[in-house]
Ligand binder design. Sequence first.
Ligand code: G2I
Length: 476
Amino acid sequence: MPSRVLLAAVAAATGAALLLTGPGAQAGAAGTSLKTLAESGGHYFGTALTQSNLSNSTLTAVASSQFDMVTPGNEMKWDTTEPSNGNYNFGPGDQIVSYAKANGMRVRGHNLVWHSQLPGWVSNLPSNQVQGVMESHITTEATHYKGQVYAWDVVNEPFNEDGSLRQDAFYNAMGSGYLADALRTAHAADPNAKLYLNDYNIEGENAKSNAMYNLVASLKSQGVPIDGVGLESHFIVGQVPSDMKANMQRFTALGVNVAVTELDDRIQLPANSGSLAQQAADYATVVNDCLAVAGCVGVSQWGVGDADSWIPGAFSGYGAATMYDNNYQPKPAYSAVVTALGGSSPTPSSSPTSSPSSSPSSSASPSSGPGAGCRVGAVVNAWNTGLTENLTITNTGTTALNSWSLAFTLPGGQTVTSAWNTAITPSSGAVTATSLSYNGTLAPGAATTVGFQATHTGNTAAPTAFTLNGTACTIG
Ligand code: G2I
């Protein structure tokens, strides 16, 4: 090929590649996205949007390209929709529905009955008027949106942490019967909408989720229309319950769907490559748990990007809870979710670099011999086609290291795609992970944690042997 033709071809290819970057970037060369990947498995991938979000074109570019389900962040709540008795305002909610329709997205209605964002006039009603007002509110709102919402969170957050019902205006007036009454009223207004009870801290098995389980079982046995349970899933990084899948399965065994309705995973700021990697593993865990449960219909993130998240305002010092950073660039969690959904993982702009640092000087470190010793603990988080692995390296010897290199062999089929706190080369087979400028020093007894993300073809095992600066390490 003449060189100028080659140059033109390279330029064209480069141009095409550039089109795939930036806000709303597609996930890979095949033009995949969260929504197309989710849809290929019969699921949806949603986000919450508020009215003010709609005027941010960077945000909406991501929203419309990546998500196929919208939950209005505030616009369908009682304080907006019926600020005074009998006076309804559906304008803000209608704007969200119009945006969703224009972009081929469905809507999760959120919510009809909730103790919060409830106008004072409802809480101040004499108790013998609450049932009528609640039924009117549900009927009017669900009728207004009839045929336009896929699902309703009919009652939001009914439980206290100990599994007792909140003593809000509805419970105080009607007792526990308000839940069945709300569901029946919503069903009468929009028989095709899926009706959900939604709550937080019910993702694992605990007193609150047990109470939700018992409630759903009781409602089902009475023939009350209930289609699903929403697990809000507002997590702290590293704390996704290990029994989330089992918990979802026990709900679906009752004959209802489950959905992850408000996913975020907050990090103590500032985020670093380690916390972002753990967040990526957490997001992958949640998505994989949903995919593994027949009857888990989809996952929604609460907000598009970190700039839209409620977390910094509610939890001082925490943030970075979504898959997109403040500039709507995808974070490692985005890649992890793409991979979990079966796509090919892009390299997110904010992922930790895996480019090799300058080679450590071998003379700076002792090799095997008197004074040398090490221990390596490996923790693997795997999903269907990918994994993350954290390696904690402890200097168990008596001599300080100034730099280190850790040799190990990756199980067959594993290929490293990115690394944090280390550089790994080559990407498969017998590899070496080397220290970076800031973690080469390892005093006797000191430990450092590094890690990597890899694709796999079925073998998700950790390496079985490690050698640090030529010394064989113990495992554990
Ligand atoms: O709190 C996070 C979510 C927990 N589950 C139910 C969701 O409905 C809830 O969403 C949040 C919204 O994202 C926030 O935007 O609900 C909050 C209220 O409980 C919303 O915050 C409120 C602020 O507290 C108000 O000061 C503000 O006027 O948003 C209002 C509207 O912007």
